[in-house]
Write a protein that binds this ligand. Sequence first.
Ligand code: ADE
Length: 240
Amino acid sequence: PLHIGLLGAMPEEIGSDLSHLRQLTSTDHGDLTLHQGVWGDGVRLTLAWSGWGKVSAARAATRLLAAAPDLDLLLFSGVAGAADAALQQWDVVLADAVIQHDMNASPLFPRFTLPPLNRDRLQPDPDWLAWASRSLNAAQEAGELKGFGTVRPGLIATGDQFISDAVVLKELKAALPDLQAVEMEGGAVAQVAQQEGVPWLVLRVISDGADEAAAQSFSDFLQVYEQQAWSLIEALLKRL
Ligand code: ADE
């Protein structure tokens, strides 16, 4: 049976209700709780809410991987700010690459380059990416993703910054013209998984436009999203 790791920054981003899981156990590591359980026909899940930001995300990823040495895939799911005007609230971006937009060790390394990996963009395993893309499209055709918008692959940028300023977003897009969404954890989880040799995916639903209205949109969206978040996870799990 497959063993999937699930991380979200906040309970609302995976769905705080763990009643979908059987044989639920949990272990505390300081203020982080790892939940383990079984879903559906025997898919094993280890999940946690990391808290916001790259350090919290990297710490949770590391703890999760240590507790689940046989993990097949680490999936981060949550909400993000849109970096492309064509994206609307409820659209889904599946990362075909992630970048840490606040990493800058220039002039020693080019802007965005992660020194330990000597590259800026990290890309998920192509087979897992294709599987997720196929699964989400199939789920949408089957009417399982009520309320959600389009699903598209794209570049997601991570940084320790809630972006709520059109000027800041514009500067970022000037440096990263193909940028689709901004968030605060995905790139950190991807880096840990990559360095640990575990396949990863980052999935983000647009909650706001990373502009002056972002804080209000984000807060309003999360309240509604909490009820829908698990359907996105389930659309993937049932197609493993
Ligand atoms: N997550 C959701 N919206 C965001 C934004 N505007 N900036 C950073 N992270 C986000």
